[in-house]
Design a protein around this ligand. Structure first.
Ligand code: ZN
Length: 549
């Protein structure tokens, strides 16, 4: 490492080749430029601070540097940015038992037994992904069956859809479940054949009965989860994320990693509601910490639920549940108070809105409030899944950012058709219309709800087809975006959505050297090739943080 003096010199005299540190040469480089156009290059130079000092285009001379890395002709892209993810959810997901690929109850029990033996120190065994239908069981599994795999510790496993939980006897004891236990409304306790004894399976809101007995993770476990999450994102070529719902405990884990020098994922944080916002940020957003790796940007708010559980708030009733409109999670006054409170402190609000009524209410509220706050606010609408076409133009007003997740479109397609009916799908996942109207799209995954697979998301964004090529020609194909727009959505626009433009998201002089080396050029490859993109290396702040085997 060079001296502080040299770093200062570099900062004032950008792109002085003689002082540059690392030349990454022989790449097929692609980035969005300042004008939002695609720029191609053959090499870049990284300075002492992990910033890009120089971009070298075809035929230009290479500067003298201390080190040279050979990119072996691979495609270099800016690190992907996931504009909506749950960092600790991804981390804990990676730490818990995954049963989603088991094909029988016996196979699952064997997997559970092995996992428990490999994780002796864990007081509870937690996991997810079981599916009795896939097992061909024809009934729910029981606590006794789970006891046959693990009887020395509580075990609690969520069903693949997250709508049921399977507990063993010790877990039920810890939760105080007896034959006298009553399910809360919206939930069900499955019973054995005697019609009295809880069987071990808890449906929907009855899951809370067990969940509240699961001990909160300790700090060391949170730190482990963060480390796992970083690995997951790096493997997918993701170098920055917007964390949608940071708690103070999550923030402390991010800070511990930053202090220890082990934070290698840029986190744009949105606090989990107004209370956590104040706990973490006090009177305003934090500074950019640790070389632009962490900042509390704003607050995540929820205005409605999800389409699957009919919690999304609609203007007209569900087509498959007449009379049900879903539910707002905040009153109009609460929503406006929360938005104003955030904006007054300079926090950026990011509001979950899925259904037509939720989106209309949020867009109207922003329109009423925005005039009272000067400056660049970048109000974020998270998901914006089903928007009344009459309201879509408002997504382009007031500097709003539509933060959307391409993979949700393929996962939700058939459900959206059932919930809304075929005649109410205009304005569903309406990416291209939003761009045409002048709006701003930032793309993400909502991991761990979907895999943090940015290239799968990219392929969906340009095809509206799933991994099996369904439906042929794409679902509402006029809402496809072009390849450049998809790249921007996962890089420069995702950075802009988090006030990070100029810091990262593009490979331009002065920005952080966050990049990936991959096998496909997403501006030229087929959608299938893009989906299967191999990430060879992931670099953050001028350092390699991941290399494929
Ligand atoms: Zn989310």
């Amino acid at each position: 490492m060079k001296t502080k003096y040299l770093a200062a010199l570099l900062a004032t005299t950008i792109a002085v080749p003689a002082h540059a540190d690392v030349l990454v040469d022989n790449v097929s480089g692609i980035t969005m430029d300042e004008e939002g156009k695609v720029k191609r290059f053959e090499a870049l130079v990284i300075d002492d601070d992990g910033r890009i000092a120089q971009l070298i285009e075809r035929g230009e001379d290479r500067p003298r540097t201390d080190y040279r890395e050979d990119g072996e002709g691979r495609v270099m892209l800016p690190g992907m940015i996931d504009a909506h993810a749950h960092v600790m959810g991804v981390g804990f997901g990676a730490l818990t038992l995954d049963l989603s690929d088991t094909n029988s109850l016996d196979e699952a029990l064997e997997r559970i037994r092995t996992f428990a033996a490999e994780n002796e120190a864990r007081p509870w065994i937690l996991g997810r992904g079981w599916n009795q239908e896939k097992w061909g069981l024809g009934r729910f599994p029981t606590a006794a069956e789970l006891d046959s795999a693990v009887a020395d510790r509580p075990v609690y496993l969520e069903r693949v859809d997250g709508h049921a939980g399977w507990a063993n006897t010790l877990a039920m004891q810890a939760a105080g479940i007896t034959a006298a236990s009553k399910a809360p409304s919206g939930g069900k306790i499955e019973l054995l054949a005697d019609k009295k004894t809880p069987s071990g399976v808890f449906i929907d809101l009855a899951m809370d009965l067990v969940n509240k007995a699961v001990p909160a993770p300790r700090a060391v476990e949170r730190d482990l989860a963060l480390a796992e999450a970083q690995k997951v994102f790096h493997r997918y070529g993701i170098t920055a994320v917007a964390d949608m719902g940071t708690t103070i405990e999550d923030w402390q884990s991010f800070r511990r990693a930053g202090d220890a020098g082990s934070l290698n994922l840029r986190i744009m944080s949105y606090a989990f509601g107004p209370e956590q916002m104040v706990l973490i940020g006090g009177s305003g957003p934090s500074l950019w910490l640790y070389d632009d790796k962490l900042r509390l940007n704003g607050v995540k708010l929820y205005l409605d639920g999800a389409l699957g559980s009919r919690g999304a708030w609609l203007k007209r009733p569900y087509a498959d549940d007449p009379g049900n409109y879903g539910l707002p999670l905040q009153t109009p006054a609460q929503l406006r108070n929360n938005l104003v409170r955030a904006a007054q402190g300079g926090f950026q609000p990011a509001v979950h809105a899925i259904g037509t009524a939720a989106n209309a209410e949020l867009l109207n509220a922003i329109d009423e409030i925005a005039g009272s706050f000067d400056g660049d606010r970048r109000w974020r609408v998270e998901h914006a899944q089903i928007v009344d076409p009459a309201d879509l133009p408002k997504l382009a007003d007031n500097g709003i950012i539509a933060s959307m997740q391409p993979l949700h479109q393929t996962s939700d397609r058939l459900m959206a058709e059932a919930r809304l009916g075929m005649d109410r799908l205009d304005g569903a996942y309406a990416w291209n219309t939003i761009l045409d109207l002048g709006g701003t799209l930032a793309f993400g995954s909502d991991a761990p709800v979907e895999p943090a697979d940015a290239f799968a998301g990219y392929a969906v964004a340009i095809t509206r087809m799933d991994a099996n090529g369904e439906p042929f020609g794409g679902w509402l194909p006029s809402e496809r975006v072009n390849r450049e727009q998809a790249l921007a959505g996962f890089t420069s626009k995702a950075a802009y959505a988090g006030f990070a433009e100029g810091r990262f998201g593009r490979l331009l002089p002065g920005e952080r050297a966050d990049f990936i080396l991959v096998d496909n050029d997403p501006l030229l490859a087929t959608p299938e090739e893009i989906r299967a993109t191999k990430v060879f290396e992931t670099w953050v702040n001028g350092r390699k943080v991941y290399e494929a085997d």
